[in-house]
Design a protein around this ligand. Structure first.
Ligand SMILES: NC(=O)c1ccc[n+]([C@@H]2O[C@H](COP(=O)([O-])OP(=O)(O)OC[C@H]3O[C@@H](n4cnc5c(N)ncnc54)[C@H](O)[C@@H]3O)[C@@H](O)[C@H]2O)c1
Length: 261
C-alpha cells in the first residue's frame, strides 16, 4: 500500500515545484488534477504523468479566475470521485518597488499568488469535507519571512500566504482539513532561471548564477524541486496528522543567520 493510494490531489502550477509535487504524489498512488496557464508545460506534465502510469488530468486554466477553478474542480471530482489534497504552487514573480510596480501588476500578483489559494479552498474544501478531511499545502517563500529589495508585490503575497494558511487551518481543523505552507529558498526551477536573467545572466551563465545563488545559502547550493516535493508529500500524508497551521522552511539555512560576520 502506497502513501496516497485512493487519494485525489489538485496541484496548481505545471512546472518546477508543481510538476515535482504532482510526480511525487502520483508515485505515491494519487490521481492528479493539475491546473496551469502554460499549455506547453501542461502537455509536458500530462505526458510525464501518463508515462508514470498515473491517473491524471492536466487542465489549462488561470488559477486567478473563479470559473476556471470552480469548473476544473467540479469536473475533476466527477472524474476521480473526490478531492483529498491541494498543493498550491502557481505564482507570478514580478520585480519592482512600490513606486515602480503599476497597479495592474500589483493586483495581478495578489490574485494569482493569493487569490488562487482562496479559490482552491473555496471550491475544494467542501469536497474534502465530504471525504472526511484532507490536506492543503501552500507554496510560500523565504521572501514571506525576510525579503530582498525590488520584489514588493511578490514578497507581500508570500507573507499573505503564511497568514491565509493559519486562517484556513483554524477554520477547518475540526472538519479534518489540515493546512500548512512551505517556504523554499532558491530552488532550480523556471522562476529561478528568470531571476538569474533579471540579474543579467545569459543562457550560458545560468548555471554560474545558480552557483552564486547557492553560495548565499549556508548549505552551499540551491535546492532541487524534488526536495521541496518530498516535504510537501510528507505534509500531505497521514504521517503529518498533527501538523496544521504552520510554515516549514526548506532553505538550506538561508534564514537561519543575519548575514553579518
Ligand atoms: N524556485 C524558487 O527559487 C522558489 C523559491 C521560493 C518560492 N517559490 C515558489 O514556488 C512556487 C512554484 O514556483 P516554481 O519555482 O516551481 O516556478 P515555476 O515558474 O516553474 O512555477 C510557477 C507556475 O505557475 C504557473 N502560473 C503562473 N500564473 C498562473 C495562472 N494565472 N494560472 C495558472 N498557473 C499559473 C506558471 O505557468 C508555472 O507553471 C511559486 O509559488 C513560487 O513563488 C519558488
Amino acid at each position: 500500500m502506497k502513501d496516497f493510494d485512493g487519494k485525489v490531489a489538485l496541484v496548481t502550477g505545471t512546472t518546477g515545484i508543481g510538476m515535482a509535487s504532482a510526480m511525487r504524489l502520483a508515485a505515491g498512488g494519487a490521481s492528479i488534477l493539475a491546473l496551469g496557464i502554460d499549455e506547453t508545460a501542461n502537455a509536458a506534465m500530462q505526458a510525464g504523468l501518463d508515462r508514470a502510469g498515473a491517473a491524471a488530468w492536466v487542465v489549462t486554466a488561470d488559477v486567478s479566475v473563479p470559473d476556471d477553478v470552480a469548473s476544473a474542480i467540479a469536473v475533476g471530482v466527477e472524474r476521480f470521485g473526490g478531492l483529498d489534497i491541494i498543493v498550491n504552487s502557481a505564482a507570478v514573480h514580478p520585480y519592482g518597488t512600490a513606486t515602480s510596480t503599476d497597479f495592474e501588476t500589483w493586483n495581478r500578483t495578489m490574485s494569482v499568488n493569493v487569490g488562487s489559494i482562496y479559490l482552491t479552498a473555496r471550491f475544494g474544501i467542501p469536497k474534502m469535507i465530504k471525504r472526511g478531511g484532507g490536506a492543503i499545502v501552500n507554496v510560500a517563500s523565504v521572501q514571506g519571512h525576510a525579503c530582498q529589495q525590488n520584489v514588493a508585490a511578490y514578497a507581500t503575497t508570500k507573507g499573505a500566504i503564511h497568514t491565509l494558511t493559519r486562517s484556513l487551518a483554524l477554520d477547518y481543523a475540526r472538519q479534518g482539513v489540515r493546512v500548512n505552507s512551505v517556504s523554499p529558498g532558491s530552488i532550480r526551477t523556471p522562476i529561478l532561471e528568470r531571476a538569474a536573467r533579471a540579474d543579467g545572466a545569459s543562457d550560458a551563465d545560468i548555471e554560474a548564477a545558480f552557483r552564486r545563488f547557492g553560495e548565499a545559502h549556508p548549505i552551499g547550493r540551491i535546492g532541487e524541486p524534488e526536495e521541496v516535493a518530498e516535504l510537501i508529500a510528507f505534509l500531505c500524508s497521514s504521517k503529518a496528522g498533527f501538523c496544521t497551521g504552520s510554515d516549514y522552511k526548506i532553505d538550506g539555512g538561508l534564514t537561519a543567520g543575519i548575514g553579518v560576520k
